[in-house]
Design a protein around this ligand. Structure first.
Ligand SMILES: *Cc1c(COP(=O)(O)O)cnc(C)c1O
Length: 338
């Protein structure tokens, strides 16, 4: 008699690099042809612009192994467009969409063997940094840049998968400044860190829902949605917060399923009265239920405190497209071959 091998727990999200990365250098705005190279420390001059003045932006997207064994990138065009938008906002040279897309494809193709089976995926992390070695250039953009596409096999982002999150609502401090909300810029995440660490320590929160001036925006790294049977409510797009690809995908799938989708202003008072579910969306978070909201220091349970039925339904619809279990009606996936 044989016993099934014990399932090893997946390592924490983002801690395992895939063996190959793709690099391209920009000089005077012209990027070199992307090259696949073994993952290794970058050679960076200590005077590099990014180290002193924060010229950095990134992306996060996934390639999924389908039920047919084919590996497919999900909405790569949208992620490339957003990287280009972020590059412009941090005054780095903007790479051509075709070049970034080719670099991402190359990173998947070179790491096909380590793409996990569902629920895992290959997480892709394009990164663009200013490399000009000049510490006197605080008031000018970096003349040179490095684009890398890193890859990492991942399991679930939240260590305990299906548990609903506890979000602390921050009604005063913003996550970042309004002019950088739309950028996936590295500096945004350290700006938010003080509020997040405080919420963890004071309220046992998993994340913070930022609602400066009482206007709901998003969490530290995911968008926010209110859900109910046949209904989804989420803040309308605004330059002050990140335009999530998962947000757009979930809203599209909800409309396809006949739900009412409201993209509009959401005020914190509405959270107090909301009798339905809440969830956060993001490439890493997928669609994760919210079980508790901490408002004015008081914890409020949503529903039974677990992941709700409306959240599960949309999450299942999203995963089905990503894994090729259903037709790709919107042309969101791109197969990658070796
Ligand atoms: C990446 C990110 C999201 C989610 O965007 P997706 O495109 O859905 O992955 C939302 N908010 C912030 C601040 C993010 O960094």
């Amino acid at each position: 008699m044989t016993t099934a091998p014990a399932r090893r727990p997946a390592p924490p999200f983002g801690t395992v690099p895939a063996p190959v990365m793709v690099v391209s250098e920009a000089v005077d705005g012209v990027f070199s042809t992307p090259r696949a190279v073994p993952v290794a420390p970058l050679e960076l001059h200590p005077f590099a612009h990014v180290l002193h003045y924060g010229s950095a932006c990134f992306e996060g997207l996934k390639a999924h192994r389908g039920v047919d064994g084919v590996v497919r990138l999900f909405r790569v065009d949208r992620h490339v467009a957003r990287l280009r938008r972020s590059s412009a906002l941090v005054h780095l040279p903007v790479p051509d969409a075709g070049l970034v897309e080719a670099a991402i494809h190359a990173a998947v193709a070179a790491n096909l063997e380590v793409v996990p089976d569902p629920p895992g995926a290959l997480y892709l992390r394009p990164l663009l940094i200013g490399t000009e070695p000049n510490i006197g250039s605080a008031a000018s953009p970096s003349a040179t840049a490095l684009l890398t596409v890193l890859a990492s096999p991942v399991g679930d982002y939240f260590a305990d998968g299906e548990r609903a999150l506890r979000l602390a609502v921050e009604t005063v401090l913003p996550r970042t400044t309004p002019q950088f909300g739309e950028a996936k810029a590295g500096a945004n995440y350290v700006l938010a860190l003080g509020v997040i660490r405080h919420a963890r320590a004071a309220h046992g929160a998993d994340q913070v829902l930022f609602a400066p001036d009482g206007l709901v925006q998003e969490t530290g790294a995911a968008n926010f949605l209110l859900l109910d049977e046949g209904r989804v409510v989420t803040p309308a797009l605004d330059p002050a917060f990140l335009h999530g690809v998962t947000r757009d995908t979930v809203l599209t799938l909800a409309r396809d399923l006949g739900d009412d989708v409201e993209e509009r202003e959401v005020r914190v008072e509405e959270l107090t009265d909301w009798s339905g579910e809440a969830a956060v969306s993001g490439t890493a978070a997928v669609l994760t239920g919210v079980g508790h909201l901490v408002l004015d220091g008081r914890s409020r349970r949503l529903g039974d405190g677990q992941v709700g039925a409306a959240t599960r339904r949309l999450r299942t619809a999203l995963l089905a497209v990503q894994r090729g279990e259903v037709g790709d009606a919107h042309g969101w996936t791109r197969p990658v071959t070796g």
